[in-house]
Write a protein that binds this ligand. Structure first.
Ligand code: R5P
Length: 316
């Protein structure tokens, strides 16, 4: 079997380190720095010729830097004669512009997928894409994992009574339904309209949340605007405690302040697909590790074993 090699850039070094720890291997040494004018400088310090190489790099903020680092690391690995290169992108940025919903706008998700493939990657391993169809934007194999095992287990341990799982928008119903099934809870949906990239408006709540404890499931918390609006609406419909779970804690701009000052919200649970960064309080924010999930997927990919059992529940 080809040797397994795992390396990463500056996007989430702690996650790369944890994955290697779970795998019980030494991280492949790579320099990912900057030249004096700011250009990215990559040097893989070990021989990876003929190896099965996994490059861990979520394209989280600073998204342009992290994306460019990923592309350059792929290029370096390809030119170093790696046998196979898998980009491990637990958070795939630029994903929300995935269709032409107005005149004269780009489809950045497709553009970024094209760039990653053009750089020379053979496979992509990702998690909770903003929309599952984004897999089809890559003309190479994509393994799409879900954080449900990690997040739902955390909620299950709480043994929360009178639980309702809420999807904060219609697009998230499938995911919320899988959580509801796993948590043996009922389902409700927030009917949200997006007025602009920063502003949403809640129209209705579909389902019964009165006197219920709520777990709200979303893929991304960015500015926290959607979350806070949904919490307010749920409270006005009589919900009790509200916990929010999101696969990706982008937590940009005012997100942390908003979360800290939102009375109805007791906890926000995210994964470590993105490092908790930036200023602002994080008292209510809990981060769960996806390193064991990614390590398992890497092992199975390396051994050419099926990884479908890692995402069966959502697909059904
Ligand atoms: C929307 O479709 C997504 O699922 C998230 O709800 C949204 O991207 C979160 O963004 P923000 O936190 O800025 O409202």
């Amino acid at each position: 079997m080809k040797k397994l090699s795992v390396l990463g850039g500056n996007a989430n070094p702690e996650l790369t380190r944890e994955i290697c720890q779970v795998l019980g291997i030494k991280q492949t040494e790579v320099l990912v720095g900057r030249f004096s004018e700011g250009e990215i400088r990559v040097h893989i310090k070990e021989n990876i010729r003929g190896q099965d190489v996994f490059i861990v790099q979520p394209t989280c903020p600073p998204v342009n830097d992290n994306l460019m680092e990923l592309l350059i690391m792929i290029d370096a690995a390809r030119r170093a004669s790696a046998d196979r290169i898998t980009a491990v992108i637990p958070y795939f940025g630029y994903a929300r512009q995935d269709r032409k919903d107005q005149p004269r706008v780009p489809i950045t998700a497709k553009l970024v997928a094209n760039l990653i493939v053009a750089a020379g990657v053979n496979r992509v391993l990702t998690m909770d894409l903003h929309a599952s169809q984004l897999q089809g934007f890559f003309d190479i194999p994509v393994d799409h994992l879900y954080a449900i095992n990690v997040l739902a287990e955390h909620i299950k341990e709480r043994k929360i009574p009178d639980l309702v799982v809420v999807s904060p928008d219609v697009g998230g119903i499938k995911m919320a339904r899988a959580y509801a099934k796993r948590l043996n809870a009922i389902l409700a949906i927030v009917d949200k309209r997006r007025m602009s990239p920063e502003k949403t408006e809640v129209m209705h709540i579909l389902g019964d949340v009165k006197n219920k404890n709520v777990v709200m499931i979303d893929d991304i918390i960015a500015t926290g605007g959607s979350l806070i609006d949904a919490v307010r609406a749920l409270k006005s419909f009589g919900a009790r405690d509200i916990i929010a779970c999101a696969s990706h804690g982008v937590l940009s701009g005012p997100a942390r302040e908003r979360i800290a000052s939102c009375d109805g919200l007791t906890e926000v649970v995210v994964t470590n697909s993105i490092p908790l960064q930036g200023p602002g309080p994080s008292v209510k924010i809990k981060q769960m590790s996806i390193a064991p999930l990614l390590a398992e997927a890497i092992t199975r990919t390396h051994k050419s074993e099926s990884i479908s059992s890692l995402f069966e529940e959502i697909r059904n």
